[in-house]
Design a protein. Structure first.
Ligand SMILES: Cc1cc2nc3c(=O)[nH]c(=O)nc-3n(C[C@H](O)[C@H](O)[C@H](O)COP(=O)(O)OP(=O)(O)OC[C@H]3O[C@@H](n4cnc5c(N)ncnc54)[C@H](O)[C@@H]3O)c2cc1C
Length: 500
C-alpha cells in the first residue's frame, strides 16, 4: 500500500483518487478551494442555481466506452439522465436550425432548409454515422447495421473532415444558416472532426445531462472517493513540490505546512506548476503545444439572469449574434444562451434561470486576467458586458424586455482565480486539423514517482478525457508500485506525514 498525494480535486484528481483508493492505497487530495469539482461546478445566487459546466456528458449511453468510468467513479449514481430534444439552435432571419437528438431529423431539416447543399449534407451525415460506429455508440446492433464493409467504404470520408477546419467545412455549404450552424460550437479553427464527434455523440443519445447538474455530479464523485477511504485537504494550495534526485518527496502549501508522499499526481494546469511550483521543465509534448500557434487556448465570459416567467421563448442552447457595436467589448461575434427548465430546483416555481457563454481566444482571456488586477476597471467591464448581453437578449426576445434580473458575471479572470489555469482556460487546447492527437505521457520525465492527470494531456480536454487521465494515473501507480514498492518501503522516500 502506498501513500498517494494528488494536487487538485477537479475531475482528473477525483478520478485518479477513486481508482487508486479502489486499489487499496492511502490517497489524499489537496485542493486550494473548499469544495471538490474544479471546473465541474455550480453555485447559488439567492434562490437561483448557476450550473456552469455540463452541456453534454459524453458517455451517458450504456453502449459507450466512457459509460463504465462514470459508473465506477459514482458520477452517474442513481440519478436520471435527461436527454434534451436539441443541443443547440441557430437563428437566421426567420429560419432556425437545431442539432436534434437523432441524425435522421438533422438530415431532413438540413435538406429541407437548403436543397442545393444536399450532396454536402448527405456526405456529412454519412460521416457522422461512421463516427458513431468508431465510437461504438448504439451498441452491437448498431455496429452490425453499419457493417465492416461500410466502415471500409466510409472511413476515408471521415478522415477527410480531419483535414479541414470547421471554418473550411462551413464554406462548403451555401446556406448562411448552415454555415453558422457549423461554426457555432467550436468557432472556425478546430478540426471539423471534432464537430463530427459532438454530432455523433449527441445524436447517438450519448451526451445526456445527469440530474442535479454539474455540482451534484462533482459531489457524487467526491463521496465515492471518501467512501473508499480517501481524504481531502481543502484550502490547501500547493506552492512547491520538493524533490530529491528523481523523486518528488513532499509538497509545501501556501500556509507553509508540508506533506510527504510516495507518489504525487499533478491534477492541475501544468502551465501553473512546471517552472513555478516545481523546479523542472514542462514535459516536451506539452511545451510544444503551449508554444505552437496551432494549439490555441480559449476561455469565455458569461452573464447569468433570472426571469419571473413560467415559460421562456427559447429552449436548450440558442446561438445569438453579437451586433457590430458590441463586438469590441465582448471580443466575439456570437454567444450561447443556455436555459435550465429541465431542472426545477434551479429556480423558484414559475421562474427561470439562464446564462450566456461567450467564447473568446487566448489574447482576450489574458486581457481579462490583467484587467482584473485593477478592481474598479474590472467591475466596470463586467457591468458593461452584462448590459450589452441583456440588450442583445431583449432585442432578440422582446417579450423578456424589462423582466431580466442580473445574477452574476464571470470571466477568464474568474477561472484563473478559481482553478489556477494559466490563461483562464476551462478546456484544453483546440484540436487543430491535420494533426494526430498528441497524448502527454503520465509519468513526468526525469522522475520516478511524479505523474500527471489532467485534461491538458489530450486536446481538447473535456470531462471524459479528463476522467480517463485520472484512471490512467492510478493504473500507472499500480504498475510502478510493483517495481518501486521495495525502494519506497526501504524509506528512500518518506511516507505521508500529518500536516505540520
Ligand atoms: C463553462 C464550461 C462548460 C463546459 N462544458 C463541458 C461539457 O459540456 N462537456 C465536457 O465534457 N466538458 C465540459 N467542460 C470542461 C470540463 O469541465 C473540464 O475539461 C474538466 O472539468 C477539467 O478537469 P481537470 O480536473 O483537468 O481540471 P480542473 O477542473 O481545472 O481542476 C483542477 C483543480 O486543481 C485545483 N488546483 C489548481 N492548482 C492547485 C494547487 N496549486 N494546489 C491545490 N489545488 C490546485 C483547482 O482549484 C481545481 O479544483 C466545461 C467547462 C466549463 C467551465
Amino acid at each position: 500500500m502506498a501513500d498517494i498525494l494528488i494536487i487538485g480535486a477537479g475531475v482528473a484528481g477525483l478520478s485518479a483518487g477513486i481508482f487508486a483508493a479502489k486499489d487499496g492505497h492511502r490517497v489524499t487530495i489537496c485542493e486550494k478551494h473548499s469544495i471538490a469539482g474544479g471546473n465541474l461546478t455550480g453555485w447559488q445566487r439567492g434562490d437561483y442555481h448557476i450550473d456552469n459546466c455540463i452541456h453534454w456528458l459524453t458517455g451517458t449511453n450504456p453502449s459507450s466506452e466512457f459509460y463504465d468510468i462514470w459508473v465506477e467513479t459514482g458520477a452517474l449514481g442513481n440519478v436520471n439522465v435527461y436527454q434534451p430534444e436539441t443541443l443547440y439552435t441557430c437563428l437566421y432571419e426567420d429560419k432556425e436550425l437545431s442539432l436534434p437528438k437523432d441524425l435522421d431529423t438533422l438530415e431532413r431539416d438540413m435538406l429541407a432548409l437548403s436543397p442545393e447543399d444536399a450532396a454536402e449534407t448527405k456526405a456529412l451525415i454519412k460521416a457522422i454515422k461512421t463516427m458513431q460506429y468508431f465510437m461504438r455508440i448504439g451498441g452491437k446492433d448498431f455496429s452490425e447495421k453499419i457493417g465492416v464493409f461500410n466502415l471500409i467504404k466510409n472511413g476515408p470520408q471521415v478522415l477527410k473532415y480531419h483535414m479541414m477546419t470547421t471554418g473550411q467545412l462551413a464554406e462548403r455549404f451555401r446556406h448562411p444558416l448552415i454555415k453558422k450552424f457549423i461554426v457555432a460550437v467550436f468557432g472556425d479553427k478546430f478540426t471539423a472532426m471534432a464537430l463530427l464527434t459532438v454530432f455523433a455523440t449527441f445524436c447517438g443519445k450519448n451526451g445526456g445531462l445527469p440530474e442535479g447538474g454539474s455540482l451534484a455530479m462533482a459531489k457524487r464523485m467526491a463521496k465515492r472517493f471518501t467512501d473508499l477511504g480517501g481524504e481531502f485537504m481543502f484550502k490547501k494550495e500547493v506552492v512547491k513540490i520538493n524533490t530529491e534526485g528523481n523523486y518528488a518527496k513532499s509538497v509545501t502549501f501556501a500556509d507553509g505546512t508540508t506533506v510527504a508522499a510516495d507518489y504525487m499526481v499533478i491534477a492541475a494546469d501544468p502551465a501553473a506548476i512546471f517552472g513555478k511550483a516545481i523546479d523542472a521543465p514542462m514535459p516536451k509534448i506539452l511545451e510544444k503545444q503551449y508554444n505552437s500557434p496551432d494549439y490555441i487556448r480559449f476561455s469565455a465570459h458569461h452573464s447569468a439572469f433570472a426571469v419571473k416567467e413560467e415559460k421562456l421563448p427559447f429552449s436548450a442552447d440558442v446561438v445569438l449574434d453579437i451586433p457590430e457595436k458590441y463586438r469590441d467589448l465582448m471580443r466575439a461575434r456570437s454567444f450561447m444562451l443556455r436555459e435550465f427548465s429541465h431542472e426545477p430546483s434551479f429556480a423558484p416555481a414559475g421562474e427561470n434561470v439562464f446564462h450566456t457563454m461567450t467564447f473568446i481566444g487566448e489574447k482576450a482571456s489574458v486581457d481579462f486576467i490583467n484587467l482584473s488586477k485593477d478592481r474598479t476597471a474590472y467591475l466596470e467591464k463586467k457591468k458593461q458586458l452584462a448590459a450589452a448581453t441583456q440588450d442583445i437578449i431583449e432585442s432578440d426576445f422582446p417579450q423578456l424586455k424589462g423582466k431580466l434580473k442580473l445574477l452574476d458575471v464571470w470571466t477568464p479572470a474568474t477561472y484563473r482565480r478559481y482553478t489556477n489555469a494559466e490563461t483562464g482556460s476551462f478546456m484544453s487546447f483546440i484540436l487543430p486539423p491535420k494533426k494526430l492527437p498528441k497524448i502527454v505521457p503520465t509519468i513526468v520525465k526525469g522522475f520516478k514517482n511524479l505523474l500527471l492527470a489532467t485534461q491538458w494531456q489530450q486536446a481538447p480536454g473535456g470531462l471524459p478525457t479528463t476522467a480517463a487521465s485520472g484512471r490512467k494515473a492510478a493504473e500507472v501507480i499500480m504498475k510502478l508500485e510493483k517495481k518501486l514498492g521495495n525502494v519506497l518501503a526501504a524509506g528512500k522516500v518518506k511516507k505521508l506525514s500529518p500536516v505540520k
